[in-house]
Design a protein around this ligand. Sequence first.
Ligand SMILES: NC(=O)c1ccc[n+]([C@@H]2O[C@H](COP(=O)([O-])OP(=O)(O)OC[C@H]3O[C@@H](n4cnc5c(N)ncnc54)[C@H](O)[C@@H]3O)[C@@H](O)[C@H]2O)c1
Length: 289
Amino acid sequence: MSGFDNQLQEQETRHGLCPPSHAIRAVSLLHEFNPLETQHMLLKDNVAIITGGAGVNGLGFATARLMAAQGAKVAILDLERADPAGAAAQLGAGHIGLVADVTDKASCDAAVAAVLKAFGRIDTLVNNAGITQPVKTLEITGSDYDRILDVSLRGTLYMSQAVLPAMQAQQSGSIVCISSVSAQRGGGILGGPHYSAAKAGVLGLARAMAREFGPENIRVNCITPGLIGTDIIKGKLTDEKKAEIAETIPLARLGRADDIAGACVFLASPLSTYCTGITLDVNGGMLIH
Ligand SMILES: NC(=O)c1ccc[n+]([C@@H]2O[C@H](COP(=O)([O-])OP(=O)(O)OC[C@H]3O[C@@H](n4cnc5c(N)ncnc54)[C@H](O)[C@@H]3O)[C@@H](O)[C@H]2O)c1
């Protein structure tokens, strides 16, 4: 039995999940959704994968929590040290957490195979895993460049490649890629130029995939968050600096992880069926263009 099988079996036992043979029936919400039926959960019976979703203060976990509340079965993928199974357990029964490194193609493929085995389909992928580094252009080493680009950009490619065959077979799917305002304004607040480049690369990759897979009813969109109070900025900004930044933002505050979660649910849901290749700014007005 593989490591992934073991991870799944352990979680299935713990949460009383159905065995794979009872995997979720294929349902195309795109055809059944009636936005006027308010009791209808937006992601009922959807299966969503969220990379980098194990940090409970992060954008990914907030997205996992909101997607689960909207009826999705969620698979949280993250590095071992982030404890994705523990994070999934906090969502309640019926969700799974898998150890996966998005920079490693075999790891992405194995995790997606495990999700398909557990749930039988994949409706949404949120490419959320990302790391940053606050350095200036002349300080960026080759290994810094590789590290930062590998997680955001290579990871987005590998994970998208891993889920696309299942989405093609279903003729439906939504891929949401977390870029950054840093890609648009040439630096956010904390990330170095290589981080801006990685996140700008994500925009280009997502738009090209949107064009390629649109005819198969697979939508690919980006979110460009502004400055959001998560662990990625923890200890890097004083309260005074945060207040100073908030004064420059039209909505007069830093973002919250739930602000991004709402945008992810929108892009995963049938509310956005005619959106592909878009960049959804969620920045409180920090960048208006
Ligand atoms: N917080 C912000 O202000 C902000 C702004 C714009 C964009 N973003 C982007 O949002 C995303 C989420 O960031 P966050 O603020 O929640 O930070 P976070 O540090 O809480 O989340 C990042 C997650 O990615 C995981 N991760 C790192 N390397 C990985 C790998 N190789 N494989 C799998 N998972 C890996 C980490 O373990 C962590 O759980 C990132 O892509 C980040 O660049 C954040």
